[in-house]
Design a binder for this molecule. Structure first.
Ligand SMILES: Nc1ncnc2c1ncn2[C@@H]1O[C@H](COP(=O)(O)OP(=O)(O)O)[C@@H](O)[C@H]1O
Ligand SMILES: [Mg+2]
Length: 324
């Protein structure tokens, strides 16, 4: 197994008028080449900020990576000059977002936008870039690509726009694609099509995917391994099978209990909202475990020290005092 991405003790904070928001607070994870890793957690737990930290696309005025390292194929991303990072972004690491309409420029034809992504990184002729765009669009299931390459984004359905985004993200065959809730804005049937498309492309191109979602039903269909995130931290990480068959962290258990057990393959709507309490305010300074206020197994220890992410079984990590 070759490691592609390693994130160590990453902390990304926002410095706002109303105080510090600790959006990502000590995240450790690694991904192998060709792996699909799911990151799952409720809205506001820091998933997008984690992704933007890897891409180095955080709002410069308020956000700062205060600690940690991100290593991609041996390169220390946080230390790279901006110019080097720009070369990596789009060509070796790409990202797709929840709402493709915000990422596509409404005034340019989709073909031109895809070709521009090619020209930004490769010295190819216009004809070659266009051929590449048509080929990639066809590959992502875009009908009549040769003709519809001239469409504007508003002429396409949400699902087709997401296919365009995927084509643009994969056209230079990056080693890593970060997919941030790529199916959340789509209806259920289209969601399933996009997930299966990503699966197919992943296996044919060998791209690693960091698949971010708040939806356990979606993530279990594509990810080989899952990291569960809560309030800026990873609280549990294991292979998908292991996580579903023996979840350990009280938060993960809560997530699983919200899903009827015989409904696993079709639990797309198992949104993570049935756990009592609300997500910790990330502006609060916390002593001890960040989940303690919502935890049904809270012990006195939990309000004193922060538990570490420990390997409870081979490959199965959990951050909870119950298991230390
Ligand atoms: N530009 C910003 N300024 C201040 N706080 C932010 C900003 N962007 C995100 N946050 C905060 O960071 C936390 C994590 O946000 P985010 O990563 O978007 O969550 P998720 O993607 O898991 O829903 C949230 O509490 C959010 O309010
Ligand atoms: Mg998000």
């Amino acid at each position: 197994m070759t490691e592609l991405l390693r994130i160590e003790d990453l902390a990304t904070h926002f410095f706002t008028n109303r105080g510090i928001v600790r959006a990502v607070e000590g995240v450790d994870l690694s991904m192998a080449k060709g792996e699909v890793l799911g990151v799952v957690g409720e809205s506001g737990c820091g998933k997008t900020v984690l992704a933007l930290s890897v891409m180095r696309l955080l709002p410069a005025s308020t956000a700062r990576i205060v600690r940690g390292t991100i290593t991609f194929d041996g390169l220390s991303l946080l230390e790279l000059p901006d110019e080097e990072m720009r070369k990596i972004r789009g060509s070796r690491i790409s990202m797709i977002f929840q709402e493709p309409m915000t990422a596509l420029n409404p005034v340019f034809r989709i073909g031109d936008q895809i070709m521009e992504a090619v020209h930004a990184h490769r010295k190819v002729s216009k004809k070659e870039a266009r051929d590449m765009a048509v080929e990639m669009l066809t590959r992502v299931g875009f009908p009549a690509a040769e003709k519809r390459i001239n469409d504007y984004p508003h002429q396409l359905s949400g699902g087709m726009r997401q296919r365009v985004m995927i084509a643009m993200a994969l056209i230079l065959e990056p080693e890593l694609m970060i997919a941030d809730e790529p199916t959340t804005a789509l209806d259920v049937t289209i969601q399933a099509q996009i997930v299966s498309l990503l699966k197919d492309l992943q296996s044919s191109l060998g791209t690693s995917i960091l698949f971010i979602t708040h939806d356990l039903g979606v993530v279990c269909e594509i990810a080989e391994r899952i990291a569960v995130m809560y309030a800026g931290e990873i609280v549990e990480m294991a292979s998908t099978e292991e996580l579903f068959s023996s979840p350990l962290h009280p938060y993960t258990l809560g997530l699983m209990e919200s899903i009827p057990p015989d409904d696993l393959p079709s639990m797309r709507d198992a949104r993570l909202r049935s756990i009592p309490g609300s997500v910790l305010l990330l502006s609060q300074e916390v002593k001890g475990c960040r989940f303690q206020e919502r935890c049904s197994d809270k012990m006195s220890k939990c309000s004193h020290g922060r538990p570490l992410l420990c390997e409870k079984k081979p490959g199965h990590f959990v951050r909870c005092w119950k298991y230390e």
